[in-house]
Write a protein that binds this ligand. Structure first.
Ligand SMILES: [Zn+2]
Ligand SMILES: [Zn+2]
Length: 151
């Protein structure tokens, strides 16, 4: 996406267009599922003087506005992505923490229906699939089951 597209997204969300917001939004778009440290590094390629706190504040504003989605698989730090509002899921590597997008299991949100809803009106299902990424399974890694609590 071009800078003008990011400006448009910010304006549509009633957020003032600032250089840190444009830089962070660009960093999240080009680094899907990056953690905060990686987003700070990517943002500084464009804005070398931006502070950690400024990036944290922008990430919070973008997340609150729905322009960025925050995900946090068990045992992982928070990750951010710009693919929002489609209720997609994630597959996470137990060994190296790699994350990829997985489309809805079936149809539209909520694509999974619980067998009992306890009276709740359910509009979303967030699923994390756990396993080994191609690199780790090729390397013969043992799944690191200690990296997440047993269900
Ligand atoms: Zn892996
Ligand atoms: Zn994703």
């Amino acid at each position: 996406m071009a800078t003008s597209d990011f400006q448009q997204l910010l304006r549509e969300s009633a957020l003032r267009v600032t250089r840190p917001r444009l830089a962070v939004l660009g960093a999240v778009h080009s680094h899907p599922h990056a953690d905060t440290d990686a987003i700070i590094r990517a943002t500084r390629e464009e804005l070398p003087d931006v502070s950690h706190q400024a990036v944290y504040d922008v990430l919070r504003a973008l997340t609150d506005a729905g322009l960025v989605r925050r995900i946090q698989p068990a045992g992982s730090v928070a990750r951010y992505e710009a693919r929002v509002a489609d209720n997609h899921h994630h597959v996470v590597c137990r060994s190296c923490g790699a994350i990829e997008d997985v489309d809805c299991a079936v149809g539209a949100a909520p694509c999974l229906h619980p067998s009992g809803r306890h009276g709740f009106v359910v509009d979303e299902a967030e699923v994390v699939y756990w396993g080994l990424c191609p690199d780790c399974s090729a390397a013969g890694s043992e799944p690191a089951t200690t990296s997440r609590g047993r269900a």
